[in-house]
Design a binder for this molecule. Structure first.
Ligand code: AMP
Ligand code: ZN
Length: 499
């Protein structure tokens, strides 16, 4: 029996707004498509929160025994400034400002993204397609929509006809909007506009001769619309209907809504069974975004070099901090929250290192303790399978850490532990921390030196005891305690833990 049979996954589907039991299109397989970054600037911590959420989701599916194909694209053309249909391409604009070729910009920021992903221990996607690598497919898809009468051409540009589509389908079903409301809001079309209706969106845009990124098409030289790339790349690699499509909540409308319309318009099939949207990283309640000036780059966080930061925080502390909240809730950044996460991460990692050398010698599979282990393992999986609740999973891992520390501090003797139950406990604990949550022990630098200092104090205390200087030995214990270091005296010597 696979773990996924024992712990079926439930997903909050943004399409139905319900929690639904996950049933894959192809048994035992999961296809996931996540909208990747537009590579025109360094990725900030907000972007990384979204990618981290999907990293954990992918890792968990794999851990449960599914064969996962994880596709995450690189947007390297078509995403215009302001996310609109008019204006400069984000990549071209940056190329102009940095006086580089657009593809140099793409290369530079793709490499930055990969490097940052690695530092956060995010697994690379199985396929990382780019929009410029799929121009032909985008042209073909546009042609099909034209043939179906769901698109129209004006001056070498092609637009999706939303009203026409909505006559027989439901445009707005993902975002819960209706086209009458959309038509009433925002600015109206003026005589300059080519679109028939302001709610229409670009599939292909005509490019003027001074536009650097342009390709031949049946409608003249131009470039694809932003929404189209994800439609063609997701269906090319995952099929006309695939399992999961993800991205940040800010992409739900218009980007993902348009993706659905473009796919359904051609195939008459829903492209995605489960839509997952991760929520925003905020700073003082405001979305972290470069344009608002409240974003940090990961390296600023690791160096502490940013006016909003009181000090530096390590990559794993940041990863842990993000996992402490559910992906669908907003997460507010603060120095205090990161400091608390740092403590939590260290406590967990102490448990992780400690458990390695703790072995059981007993044989009591039905003892109270063995049952407690089973319950904790069960609860770990049940919570992860309940819409990937990393916050609850961490809480359970802390309960498990307390047991690890009790065993280490000899509050529980190895003889009381059933060998097999302990083995299962150890495997679940370790694999959930590293394989699923992707948390790894870090080179601790000053932290390991601190450990050496505590060892030295333990040695001096032992010598004081041997010289029957109990006043001094108690003083060392009490003062360490007040500094957050607890000493535990056991048969095999004294150990310590950090509060
Ligand atoms: P972009 O490069 O702007 O296309 O964004 C890449 C991804 O980062 C998208 O999935 C966005 O939804 C996501 N994103 C942008 N800002 C934030 C934020 N403050 N918190 C979480 N995700 C974000
Ligand atoms: Zn996309």
């Amino acid at each position: 029996m696979k773990l996924f049979d024992k712990y079926p996954v439930w997903i909050s589907n943004s399409l139905s707004n319900k929690k639904e039991k996950f049933v894959p299109v192809h048994a035992g397989n999961v296809g996931i498509y996540v909208c990747g970054p537009t590579v025109y600037q360094d990725v900030h911590l907000g972007n990384m929160r979204t990618f981290l959420s999907f990293d954990v989701i992918t890792r968990y599916f794999r851990h449960l025994g599914y064969k996962v194909r994880y596709v995450r694209n690189i947007t390297d053309v078509g995403h215009l400034v302001g996310d609109a249909d008019e204006g400069e391409d984000k990549i071209s604009k940056r190329a102009r400002l940095e006086q580089l070729e657009p593809m140099e910009i793409v290369q530079k920021y793709t490499m930055d993204f990969h490097q940052v992903s690695q530092v956060f221990n995010m697994l690379p996607p199985d396929i990382e397609p780019s929009a410029t690598g799929h121009i032909l497919e985008q042209i073909e898809h546009t042609q099909k929509l034209l043939e179906k009468g769901l698109a129209y051409e004006v001056n070498g540009s092609v637009y999706f006809d939303v009203k026409k589509y909505n006559e027989s389908h439901n445009y707005g079903k993902l975002s819960g909007r209706n086209i009458e409301d959309m038509q009433e809001s925002g600015r109206s079309l003026d005589s300059q506009d080519e679109k028939r209706d302001k709610i229409d969106f670009a599939l292909w845009k005509n490019a003027s001769p001074n536009h650097i990124m342009r390709w031949n098409s049946p409608w003249g030289k131009g470039f694809p619309g932003w929404h189209l790339e994800c439609t063609v790349m997701s269906t090319k690699y995952l099929g006309e209907t695939f399992d999961i499509h993800g991205g940040g909540l800010d992409l739900k409308f218009p980007h993902h809504e348009c993706e659905i319309a473009q796919s359904v318009g051609v195939t008459e099939k829903d492209p995605v069974n489960y839509w997952i949207h991760s929520n925003m990283l905020t700073v003082n309640g405001q979305k972290m975004s470069k344009s608002l000036g409240n974003s940090f780059l990961p390296h600023e966080l690791f160096s502490g070099n940013h006016p909003l930061l009181e000090r530096a925080f390590s990559p794993m502390t940041v990863r842990f901090f993000m996992l402490q909240s559910h992906y669908s809730s907003t997460l507010d950044f603060s120095n205090e929250a990161l400091s608390a996460a740092e403590k939590g991460f260290k406590r967990l990692m102490n448990g992780y290192k400690t458990i390695e050398n703790l072995n059981a010698t007993g044989n009591s599979p039905d003892s109270e303790l063995s049952n407690k282990f089973k319950e904790l393992i069960d609860s770990l999986y049940t919570n992860m399978s309940d819409d990937f609740n990393t916050a609850k999973a961490l809480a359970i891992l802390f309960e498990m850490t307390t047991l690890v520390n009790d065993l280490y501090g000899k509050k529980i003797s190895p003889k009381e532990l059933d060998n097999e139950s302990w083995g299962n406990f150890k495997t679940a604990y370790k694999s959930m921390i590293t394989d699923v949550l992707g948390l790894l022990p870090e080179e601790e630098g000053n932290q390991s030196r601190l450990g050496e200092v505590v060892d030295l104090l333990i040695k001096i205390r032992k010598e004081a005891k041997e010289a029957r200087d109990f006043k001094r030995s108690d003083q060392i214990r009490d003062e360490l305690k007040s500094l957050g270091v607890s000493l535990m005296d056991g048969k095999d010597g004294t150990t310590y833990s950090f509060d």
